[in-house]
Ligand binder design. Structure first.
Ligand code: F0G
Length: 439
């Protein structure tokens, strides 16, 4: 069933009611299991392991392989692109950079459309199809758009995406166009797009699949299952995620809560959320709560600013669920500067991994959290990389050619780990003279 997260309300709704927020009080909705799961932890682990050998499309998906924890009957028509199954990398240079003994990076950019959104979208679009919807829609800083466009195409559904005019990377727009979505550029920022699409969703028959939709969170929570399995059915001490609209952190909170509840892991990780300094309403809220004895109001940021365009968000819809995840797990919410993001991103690249700018907030944040003693040097730490390096190549080229500037006042950023291109004559000796200076 769907249940309102507000404890004083707690209204319950059927899974097939097309709702995004509680029909009674307007708060967010969670999906909850009503029956009892008739398998213990050991038999679930064995079943999921067995499915790795299967050719069933659901078993090839890193999301649907864990379908005992998804709110569908066994015969539902699944819309899948074989999402999930993403690698967990050891990142040795990043570990040194953060002053950690080791650091693991869970690369959600290795999903079919290059971001973590696919793990939620397969579930949301499956639900849309089950409800018989014709048109699916979202507001987006680019990745949700690319992902929805692909899954809608697989389901042969119509798709509309609202993006802030001139603020989305070309790669993400190119994906949405290629997958056949109707792209609508809206004056204003992501928050303006979100506001208008929510209004529209109330009045019309389109199906909204932003992470306010609890089915998205169900899909994204399975990443916690995959990660726990990769760690030998354990949770790391710390899990660090970027924070934008705050769906991802909400989903990890729910996933690890369910894993622990079913005895699949023995602990939950501390979930910490990292925001860019110029787009940090959630970090400000957390700081206000600490300063004022747990009494603070959530205040949206009117003019969010960051070069990490994926997380340029001032009014995150899922902040209550994300706060629940941080509070329950004992995590932190902090900010990092544009300079810290840029350098951490270059360092992730040097590990041969790469990611888009928003994802690099994690490594920048971990470095800070180690610095102030919140993360111990020998603790197990996983950073979630949310998007692929090729999502924003303009940023990469500008960093390495030392032309990246901060979003406000155009102040130049330092390219601490710059890797510039050399123009060389087509002569072996000219090339050799460059190569001998390589370090
Ligand atoms: N990283 C990337 C690469 C993203 O695209 C996003 C969000 C986030 C982090 C933040 O995740 O919203 O769950 O806190 N992108 C959305 C979009 C808003 O429209 O693509 P979150």
């Amino acid at each position: 069933m769907q249940r309102c997260i507000n404890i004083e309300c707690g209204s319950e709704f059927d899974l097939d009611e097309r709702l995004y927020v509680c029909a009674r009080c307007g708060d967010l909705l969670d999906i909850e299991r009503t029956g009892v799961l008739d398998r213990d932890a050991e038999s679930l682990r064995a079943l999921w392991r067995e499915r790795l050998q299967s050719r069933d499309a659901r078993d090839r998906s890193g999301v649907w392989r864990f379908r005992e924890f998804l709110p569908f009957a066994d015969d539902v028509a699944v819309i899948s692109l074989a999402e999930g199954n993403t690698p967990l990398y050891d990142a040795t240079r990043c570990a040194d950079y953060c002053d950690l003994a080791s650091l693991k990076l869970k690369h959600q950019g290795n999903n079919p459309t290059g971001s973590f959104k696919d793990t939620g979208m397969t579930v949301a679009v499956t639900q849309a199809r089950k409800l018989g919807m014709r048109l699916v829609a979202c507001a987006s800083t680019g990745n949700t758009a690319a992902s929805l466009a692909a899954y809608a195409a697989r389901a042969r559904m119509l798709c509309a995406i609202l993006v802030p005019d001139g603020q989305v990377s070309e790669a993400k727009l190119a994906q949405a166009l290629d997958y056949g979505a109707k792209v609508l550029e809206i004056e204003g920022n992501f928050d303006s797009c979100m506001r208008v699409i929510q209004e529209l969703a109330e009045q019309s028959s389109l199906y909204l699949v932003n992470s306010i939709n609890p089915f998205r969170i169900e899909g994204q929570k399975t990443v916690a299952f995959e990660l726990a399995e990769q760690l030998g059915w354990d949770a790391p001490d710390h899990l660090v995620v970027p924070g934008g609209n705050l769906g991802n952190s909400s989903a990890f909170g729910k996933g690890f809560r369910e894993l622990l509840g079913h005895g699949l892991t023995r602990k939950q990780p501390r979930i910490s959320v990292i925001q860019a300094e110029g787009a940090a309403p959630f970090a400000r809220f957390a700081a206000d709560l600490r300063a004022a004895d747990n009494e603070a109001e959530f205040v949206a940021e009117q003019q969010p600013q960051t070069l990490a365009s994926a997380i340029k968000i001032g009014a995150p819809v899922s902040w209550k669920k994300a706060w629940r995840a941080v509070r329950e797990s004992g995590g932190r919410v902090i900010t990092v500067s544009e300079q810290e993001i840029a350098d951490a991103k270059a360092m992730i690249g040097r590990d041969g991994i790469g990611c888009e700018p928003a994802s690099a907030t994690t490594v920048a944040g971990i470095r800070k959290l180690v610095g102030d003693g919140f993360i111990g040097k020998d603790e197990s730490v996983v950073a979630v990389l949310t998007g692929h390096l090729l999502k924003d190549t303009d940023y990469v080229i500008r960093y390495h050619s030392e032309t990246l500037t901060a979003p406000e006042h155009d102040a130049p950023l330092r390219s601490t780990f710059a890797n510039s291109i050399s123009r060389v004559a087509a002569r072996p000796c000219a090339i050799e003279s460059v190569l001998k200076n390589l370090s």
